[in-house]
Write a new protein. Structure first.
Length: 438
């Protein structure tokens, strides 16, 4: 067990006061050194000594060699834990893997603002969709009618290709047919809707689509062009809602300014792009931590933001009768807790253990909640002190570290950089040279 610093007593006392019940509300957590933070997370989530060793040392290079081609080493990213999250009545410590300063702190701070109002209420679920695109179909209208008439048969073919999915309570559920006109002709596109249960489901739905393609070719007289899932997972959405306390935000004026900022984001694609990037700062960090496909989630989110013909905000906001800020975020969220890197990557498995989620839907609910928290934190900073003040405070530590300042003196150098308003590497080097000389 690592030496216990001054913040440890606060956390230990809090746990005693709670009768040993796990919580995400950990005052003083950020004051602890990394080893002690890890020990607190272990205590709250049941991590073992080997789990702690994995957090400290990372996975073995040979273990990760099968994941991608031509592995020569590892590229570690910071593994942080966001605090203060209550999602659907349960406290969660949220693992986040991200290289950008302020993301974990901002999400934790915004989550704290929701606790007086019950935290986040979230819901996730739905189906993945795979597309079978057929070209040279002689009669598109007749093909549509034929597919509709033989839907039961087609679903049986799809489910026979992935029998294990049906045994776990999932499987192919629905088929629809679209007609897509391109500059090179008309395609008949068959959408296969599949409940993938706790998997992200890409391999399953693609396997089903491959099995359906020859049957559809024979049925329609067309030729299969491709068979692949769509990452616009608009049939598998996650929604998170929360009320953010007006006093924690900074008062009624800040609430009004955030409402103005939200309206700006919804009206202007230039603002909406950065607004939604802030949302994805939080979501991507959870998705990466748990070994899920963050590129797929990003692509789906941005396509969903443009579903009405122009790019808009993914979130909406209003004021409650009491003047608090109410936020709601909805976006596609195709995540899994089985299959892929979620099992093959040991740190991803550890992240899921810390979260304690028992289904892919629970994971999506947490991720959406983190996205909403991150969104509110960013808007609050923008409409009050400005984004740079908070960013510079955190960047000051990075510059101090780059200047060769030892860990025990980082805060001291960073505080001087911020106080002087000159947060840059050259100034950090000068300050440390002066301090070391003394």
């Amino acid at each position: 067990m690592p030496p216990r610093g001054p913040g440890w007593d606060i956390l230990k006392a809090g746990r005693r006061a709670r009768g040993g019940v796990p919580t995400s509300r950990l005052p003083g957590f950020f004051k602890l050194p990394p080893a002690e933070r890890a020990a607190v997370v272990a205590r709250e989530t049941g991590l073992t000594k080997s789990d702690l060793a994995l957090l400290a040392e990372g996975p073995d290079r040979e273990r990760l060699d099968p994941l991608v081609e031509n592995v020569v080493g590892l590229h570690p990213l910071p593994f942080g834990v966001a605090t203060n999250f209550t999602v659907n009545g349960r406290d969660r410590l949220v693992p986040m893997v991200v290289e950008e300063s302020s993301v974990v702190a901002a999400a934790s701070h915004a989550a704290k603002m929701t606790r007086p109002h019950g935290g986040f209420k979230a819901k996730a679920g739905g189906a993945m969709v795979s597309q079978i695109a057929l070209k040279n179909v002689p009669n598109a209208a007749a093909a549509r009618a034929l597919v509709a008439a033989r839907t039961t048969e087609l679903l049986a073919v799809a489910n026979a290709a992935q029998p294990g999915l049906a045994r776990r309570g999932g499987g192919a559920r629905f088929i629809e047919v679209r007609r897509v006109t391109t500059e090179r002709g008309t395609l008949v596109v068959v959408h296969l809707h599949v409940d993938t249960v706790d998997a992200m489901g890409a391999n399953a739905v693609n396997t089903m689509a491959e099995a359906l393609a020859p049957v559809l070719e024979e049925m329609t007289g067309g030729t299969s062009l491709m068979r692949i899932l769509t990452n616009l997972a608009d049939q598998r959405l996650a929604t998170a809602e929360a009320v953010f306390d007006k006093d924690e935000l900074g008062g009624p004026d800040v609430v009004e300014r955030i409402l103005d900022a939200a309206a700006f984001a919804d009206a202007d694609p230039y603002r909406a792009t950065t607004h939604n990037k802030g949302i994805m700062n939080g979501i991507d960090a959870v998705v990466v931590a748990t070994g899920n496909d963050w590129r797929a989630v990003e692509a789906g989110a941005h396509a969903y933001a443009a579903r009405f013909g122009r790019y808009r905000s993914l979130s909406t906001f209003s004021a409650t009768p009491e003047g608090h800020l109410r936020g709601r975020l909805t976006l596609p969220m195709a995540l899994g807790i089985v299959g892929g890197a979620t099992k093959a990557h040991p740190t991803a498995g550890l992240a899921l253990k810390i979260l304690g989620v028992e289904s892919a839907n629970e994971l999506a609910e947490v991720a959406a909640s983190v996205g909403l928290a991150q969104n509110v934190a960013a808007m609050r900073a923008l409409v009050s002190e400005g984004i740079q003040k908070g960013h510079m405070r955190l960047h000051a530590k990075n510059f101090a570290l780059m200047a060769g300042v030892p860990a025990e003196r980082l805060e001291e150098v960073a505080e001087r950089l911020v106080a002087e308003g000159d947060v840059k590497l050259s100034r950090a080097e000068a300050i440390w040279k002066e301090m070391a000389g003394r």
